[in-house]
Design a binder for this molecule. Structure first.
Ligand code: BGC
Length: 385
């Protein structure tokens, strides 16, 4: 079998790009668990059996954008179930934060859950806040896009908003499950996107809505004062580095306008520092599996470029992501064509086996960019599953 890690980017045709988008959707819905959870990677040792709010929310968003109304709704049902089952913990977290005596990190909500919505038995790098914002954002977008009734998610939305309002200032692990003592700008962006979306769409009202609006304003102010460096968004408050997760804050989350100075300089900084021949690294000091290039991040770069009016650049990013597909069409988490720390690959292979593939989030970001580029036509109502 051809090794996608070493294979050079092959020329793609419009038909092959579209086919990978529709097969990505098919793979995602085929892997969706009966509970509604999207497994991060059904076969990878460390991820099998678990669903992340972060991966899952971006996956539901892509599925929704493609027209998979029912599948996306079932993921939101799973999220709602997870949250409602923890309403007592959330009330306690909110109450303790309000009393100036916040609970320790270990008592905050988990980052990932077993497919049946329980905690699972394996240790993980909990806690992370971004997914609780991203699911709100994806849900509000979905509701608006398809005009769906949100009644059944109302309680879970309110729990999420209360949780985020009580705790958004806390440091936590970032998208990459690292640097727990920092406040990460992409995490803040995900939270702001979620709170803004539920306020705008009227999913919350009254005091909760006023609280969400105030928090969004405070987050944007904090990012402006402490979350930028040299005119671009920074990896965490006070950092001078960039991280490719910041692209999401521009698109699809839309918290920073792609055409603003800050948006343009962030895309330019990621492009200059983290993009090697179309493949995007997470951040310069990355050593995970040797610090390779992530197709899902090339797709985030494509989305940010597209939002800034650079359609040709966005298509290049999609083509690069397509070039990482194995012969069976599966997209991996990362490829090793260009490694930042080649001597650190083996330790991860020894620990967890070969790089995760398929990674549903990679397929999702590919699908989302392909839809936005018009490379694939969304499903008609009759094609929905
Ligand atoms: C990544 C996370 C991701 C998880 C599941 C980890 O290696 O750092 O961002 O949520 O895998 O895909």
């Amino acid at each position: 079998m051809t090794d996608a890690a070493t294979r050079p980017a092959a020329a793609q045709t419009p038909a092959s790009l579209a086919a990978l988008a529709s097969s990505s959707y098919e793979l995602i819905v085929a892997e969706q668990h009966a509970s509604g959870a999207y497994p991060a990677s059904p076969t990878f040792s460390a991820y099998a059996g678990y669903s992340w709010f972060r991966d899952g929310a971006f996956t539901a968003d892509a599925v929704s954008a493609y027209g998979g109304v029912e599948s996306a709704g079932r993921f939101f049902d799973w999220c709602a179930g997870v949250l409602q089952a923890r309403s007592a913990s959330i009330e306690r977290i909110v109450q303790r934060a309000g009393a100036g005596n916040p609970v320790p990190d270990a008592e905050m909500l988990a980052t990932r859950f077993a497919l049946d919505g329980t905690e699972g038995t394996d240790d993980w790098w909990d806690f992370q806040l971004d997914g609780y914002g991203t699911w709100l954002w994806a849900l509000a977008e979905h509701a608006e896009r398809h005009g769906v009734d949100t009644e059944r998610w109302q309680v879970a939305v309110e729990l999420s908003v209360d949780y985020l309002l009580s705790s958004w200032r806390r440091s936590c692990f970032d998208w990459w499950e690292e640097h727990a003592s920092e406040v990460h700008v992409s995490t803040l962006g995900c939270i702001a996107a979620g709170l803004r979306a539920v306020s705008r769409s009227g999913l919350v009202g009254g005091e909760r809505r006023a609280g969400a609006d105030a928090a969004v304003a405070a987050i944007l102010d904090l990012i402006e004062r402490e979350g930028t460096s040299d005119g671009h968004l920074a990896k965490w408050l006070g950092s001078a580095e960039v991280d490719a997760s910041l692209l999401a804050v521009i698109s699809p989350l839309g918290v920073v306008d792609a055409r603003s100075e800050l948006g343009r300089r962030t895309v330019a900084a990621v492009d200059e520092q983290l993009n090697a021949d179309g493949g995007v690294h997470r951040y310069l000091a990355d050593t995970f599996y040797g610090g390779g290039q992530w197709p899902l991040l090339s797709c985030f770069l494509g989305l940010a470029r597209l939002a800034g009016g650079d359609r040709a650049g966005a298509l290049d990013a999609l083509e690069w992501a397509a070039s990482t597909a194995a012969d069976d069409g599966q997209l991996p988490e990362q490829v090793g064509r260009h490694l930042l720390a080649p001597d650190r690959t083996a330790e991860w292979v020894d620990r967890w086996g070969e790089v995760a593939s398929p990674l549903l989030w990679s397929h999702a970001m590919y699908l989302r960019l392909a839809v936005d580029l018009g490379v694939v036509a969304p499903l008609g109502a009759e094609g929905d599953r």
